[in-house]
Design a protein around this ligand. Sequence first.
Ligand code: ASP
Length: 334
Amino acid sequence: MGAALLLAACAEQKTTVDITDEAEFAIAIHGGAGTITRASLTAEQEAEYKEKLAEAVNAGHAILAAGGTSMDAVVEAVQIMEASPLFNSGIGAVYTFDGEHELDASIMDGATLEAGAVAGVRTVKSPIELARTVMEESVHVMLSGRGAEVFAAEQGLALVENSYFNTERRYQQLLDAKEKLGVADKQAWIELDDRYKYGTVGAVARDQHGNLAAATSTGGMTAKRYGRIGDSPIIGAGTWADNDSCAVSATGHGEYFIRYHVAADICSRMKYQQVDVVTAGDTVIHDVLLPAGGTGGVIIVDHQGNIHMPFNTEGMYRASRSGDGEAEVAIYKD
Ligand code: ASP
């Protein structure tokens, strides 16, 4: 068999794993990790977050229950959170040092290992939709800045003014952060309260056909400068999906998630060490990332539909729902 034919055969084998006899479908979502304590949220705020998380996870679950794809489910869940001012993605995205928004997103298909990502986009209404369009309609994996916006316009995606993403709460955080940061100072950045940093959204799912998908969307970190890009649009760092192991979406201090290629590392441990989803996730988040100084968390669904959502911060906005089970929504550690 020629090399091209062999490659085609291998790709074909990976495309759709139809495990109908154990077709557990499942979805998990996150809305960011950080210093989220009971004292930091009012009862009304807590209820608002829980309601929006439930709406997003239920919308994704409905797609899976109807036999839809994990790809459609994760996009739907992420778009609901992008449209909500509660999270650091789409409306409600954090501000850059210069008082604007630069959005990052990525998506991966566990059946084909195809992926799409965008970084530093300013006028695309739904960055996750653009990431998916890059995956499906371009020959590339990652587009950035102005070029990504030209591509979005050519593809007929909805464009908005950058101010569409404005919220007063995030603007106050920028003013606050700038006061604390002064000039660009490495130590000040490290010490900056993670309230200013996190809030990314993400979703992972396994559909009834056994296919996995992962999606992540973010405004990045408050007061970011110099075209800084975090882990969220980086395949292997903030997002990963492989039908053979698991699908992961991350949130936290992006620089660490990039250096420790967190999302792919979790799935690789499952694949090559044959460990379960809890062992793989906990090892990376608690035993690798935390000692290195990296804070944050991940949501994981494995190839059998098992869900695990480890984090090493005080809290992580999160929700999950499997098969005919109920939605589970949580914020704090306990
Ligand atoms: N990981 C994101 C970044 O570093 C931030 C977050 O998760 O909230 O850009």
